[in-house]
Design a protein around this ligand. Structure first.
Ligand SMILES: Nc1ncnc2c1ncn2[C@@H]1O[C@H](COP(=O)(O)OP(=O)(O)OP(=O)(O)O)[C@@H](O)[C@H]1O
Ligand SMILES: [Mg+2]
Length: 252
């Protein structure tokens, strides 16, 4: 059951990193070996998992462009079974350096091809540039977080069209594993309207799990903690545990 899951949406701040990090944590806690690949120059997954991005000597950038050995770059997390291929701001240069590379869409796929994990979760930047195309080329599956707010559906058409283009041109087996509703506010009727709209659009691709807007989820990364480490009994923790379960059921 080896899966490489790209978490993506070119819209910023929709919960990609929060989803990638906490889903990875709960898959690891369920007994799987899991690697988080931070493919965003903002390096939020790296800091959110408790690593100091400014003190890292080697990151994904060095594996992609200077042949740094993966085992020297991959970091072990406190949670058993969870590891991280970290990023820092150097990765911003990758978009430019990739342009002239002969295999520019496939560097991440090649890098991940000989790694042995049950799950590799790729956190993608908020753009549809070459780093995101590399995520889509390397992935077996895609998860799209969508925030339950106004304008949420805007841009989804463009995202799905890039997904289809990648399927046609370079990765025909790529699977849309699911769409997850994030930042859901039960006191705001708009949240429910957006969720219903997503259900209409995506049918059973929409995960039944809904991630609530939650202060505990928002503050966890400031402590470099996953929600399970920060507040395992919170609603946000419950949601991501449930998402991890739903995902495992879909992959059975
Ligand atoms: N369910 C939630 N409830 C409250 N705050 C949340 C929730 N999910 C994410 N956040 C917060 O919202 C902000 C954006 O979330 P996150 O970084 O996960 O989004 P992103 O899509 O990865 O953003 P970017 O596009 O910049 O990479 C962060 O400050 C995060 O802590
Ligand atoms: Mg992010």
């Amino acid at each position: 059951m080896k899966r490489i899951i790209a978490v993506l949406n070119q819209k910023g701040g929709v919960g990609k990193t929060t989803t990638a990090v906490n889903l990875a944590a709960y898959l690891a806690k369920a007994g799987h070996s899991v690697l988080v690949v931070d493919s965003d120059p903002q390096a939020n997954a790296t800091s959110g998992l408790g690593f100091d991005k400014s003190s890292l000597n080697l990151t994904l950038y060095d594996v992609l462009f200077s042949k740094a050995p993966k085992h020297k770059v991959i970091q072990k997390h406190k949670i058993d079974g969870l590891e991280l291929l970290p990023a820092n701001r150097h990765l911003a240069g990758a978009e430019v350096e990739l342009v002239d590379h002969p295999r520019r869409e496939f560097l991440l796929k090649e890098l991940l091809s000989d790694l042995n994990y049950d799950f590799i979760i790729i956190d993608s930047p908020p753009s549809l540039g070459l780093l995101t195309v590399n995520s889509l080329a390397a992935a077996t599956d895609v998860i799209i977080p969508v925030q339950a707010e106004y304008y949420a559906l805007e841009g989804l058409g463009q995202l799905l069209s890039v997904y289809q283009q990648v399927r046609q041109a370079i990765n025909p087996d790529l699977n849309l594993l699911g769409v997850i509703t994030t930042l859901y506010d039960s006191r705001n009727s708009l949240s429910e309207q957006v969720r219903l709209e997503l259900a209409k659009h995506f049918g059973d691709k929409l995960f039944t799990t809904v991630v609530p807007r939650s202060v505990r989820l928002a503050e966890a990364p400031s402590f470099g903690k996953t929600i399970d480490e920060h507040d395992p009994l919170s609603k946000g923790a419950e949601a991501y545990k449930s998402l991890a379960n739903e995902l495992q059921e879909r992959l059975l």
